[in-house]
Write a protein that binds this ligand. Structure first.
Ligand code: TMP
Length: 232
């Protein structure tokens, strides 16, 4: 297998069928645009499994995703896509960057859920952008954005209900979208505690990468707990 791309948390390899790729999940963990980094043993295995379960849920419910199947503890098979360089964040409750940027108090509820776009560009620190920037920079078409927004809100309602039954509150999450060579848009990348905020429904205990970002400790212990709950 030829290495096609290496990111901070994953490596993408070619596959025997050119329309598919193998995604390998690493234990490397970064925050604040890689200014903080560590190796969390077993995190890649947990994120591969959690992502696979969530992508299966989305696929079953008619949401197009790149996920085909889990191949091994650290690898999934996915459709080969060109990643649209726009990170889509959906927020249900305010926390994280929006508190600082806009002075919105923590736990403020967004109803309807809030969608934001960020430019996927590490050198610039993934700055927030608006629809007009997406169009002006030719990052995606108006039609792409309509579809991306519709899919993002569907993912939010499906995942929110699914997790609520497991005692987890979906606070916010980030999605990436890819386009296949035939032009089909699908949810790509990963959906895991690295890319979502999961709070325990009753205690509000953080069960996601904020444990690492904020030095709360026991990061993989809580990723394991997320896996245990969504498997059950
Ligand atoms: P934020 O509050 O830091 O903007 O994060 C919003 C959501 O996006 C949160 O669920 C974490 C996720 N996220 C990523 O997946 N990758 C990133 O690089 C950042 C900054 C956030």
């Amino acid at each position: 297998m030829e290495k096609l791309y290496e990111g901070k948390a994953k490596i993408v390899y070619s596959y025997e069928e050119p329309d598919k790729v193998v995604i390998h999940f690493k234990d490397e963990t970064t925050a604040f645009n890689a200014q903080k980094r560590d190796l969390l043993e077993g995190k890649g295995i947990l994120n591969n499994r959690i992502s696979s379960i969530i992508f299966e849920l989305l696929n079953r419910n008619g949401i197009p995703t790149h996920f085909i199947r889990q191949l091994s503890d650290r690898e999934m098979l996915a459709y080969h896509t060109r990643i649209i360089p726009v990170e889509v964040v959906v927020r249900n409750l305010a926390t994280g960057s929006i508190m600082k940027r806009l002075g919105i108090p923590e736990r403020t509820e967004f109803n309807p859920s809030l969608i934001e776009f960020y430019l996927k560009n590490d050198a610039l620190g993934d700055p927030i952008i608006c629809y007009e920037h997406v169009i002006a920079m030719n990052l995606a078409t108006d039609e792409d954005i309509r579809e991306i927004k519709e899919i993002s809100l569907k993912v939010n309602s499906l995942l929110r209900n699914f997790l609520k039954d497991k005692g987890i509150s979906l606070i916010d999450f980030k999605l990436e979208f890819g386009k296949t060579s035939s032009g089909k848009i699908m949810v790509a990348d990963e959906i895991s505690p690295d890319t979502c905020r999961f709070w325990d429904l009753k205690t509000e205990e953080r069960m996601d990468k904020d444990r690492f970002r904020l030095d709360l400790g026991d990061t993989t212990k809580f990723y394991k707990e997320v896996l245990k709950r969504i498997e059950g």
